[in-house]
Write a protein that binds this ligand. Structure first.
Ligand code: SAH
Length: 223
């Protein structure tokens, strides 16, 4: 049996999660019922350092170690919404980080393939997803800007770190009629861009301004 303090913390996290859904997601432009359902289900507090648990449902990014951050809930929901993921989708995610976005995608997709350049972050994310019983995810450690290290295509591709432009190997691994979303820009402020591939070409739409850590890699930024 949990202590009274644990019970109290649990209640306030539930309340904070409710507030996030009402105020930061539904209160803005997150309307997809499946996205809202999954944002309500995945416990964000599991993906942040223990001293940040109480802040897990605030609408801000949080540190996850190695100078990296877990994106604010609104941005995770927005990227998921514009990606239009369904049960038939195989999704490639570049930048596993804490694994929170991975978990959200895994609850909507057939399968998620996620690649992270930090071995430690990938290992921590794998442990959390295992604990949550999410088993439709494949993890790799490496430079995701070069694509998944096997020849294949994906229905959806998401980059959770900023790139100067859509990396060519990722565009090549996007299936026809597939969707790719990424923060694109040269500076510390980027545009969230979503694109659909038709006849081998990307049709782009700008979603909003955003601020992400940089993707470090061959088709990203230099270290
Ligand atoms: N979606 C994550 C946020 C991750 S922050 C979450 O929900 O927590 C961006 C991540 O991209 C960092 O973990 C960083 O290590 C990783 N990254 C940076 N460059 C990369 C590359 N070339 N390939 C794979 N991952 C990369």
């Amino acid at each position: 049996m949990g202590s009274m303090l644990e019970r109290k913390n649990h209640d306030s996290l539930d309340q904070a999660r409710e507030r996030m859904l009402r105020h930061d997601l539904r209160g803005r432009d997150i309307t997809d019922p499946e996205v809202l359902r999954v944002m309500a289900e995945v416990p964000r507090e599991e993906f942040v350092p223990s001293e940040e648990r109480w802040r897990a449902y605030g609408n801000g990014p949080l540190p996850i170690g190695e100078g990296q951050t877990i994106s604010q809930p609104y941005i995770v929901a927005l990227m998921t919404q514009v990606l239009r993921v369904n049960r038939d989708c195989e999704v490639l995610e570049v930048g596993t980080g804490s694994g929170y976005q991975t978990a959200v995608l895994a609850r909507l997709a057939k399968r998620v393939f996620t690649i992270e350049r930090s071995l430690d972050l990938s290992a921590a994310a794998q442990a959390v997803l295992k604990k949550l019983g999410i088993d439709n995810v494949e993890f790799r450690v490496g430079d995701g800007s070069c694509g998944w290290p096997e020849e294949r295509t994906f229905d959806r591709i998401i980059l959770t770190a900023a790139v100067p432009e859509f990396p060519q190997p990722l565009v090549a691994q996007l299936a026809e009629a597939g969707v790719i979303v990424a923060p694109v820009g040269q500076t510390s402020v980027q545009e969230l861009v979503v694109a659909e591939k038709h006849h081998g070409k990307l049709i782009e739409n700008h979603v909003c301004g955003c601020r992400f850590v940089r993707l470090i890699g061959q088709h990203g930024f230099f270290d």
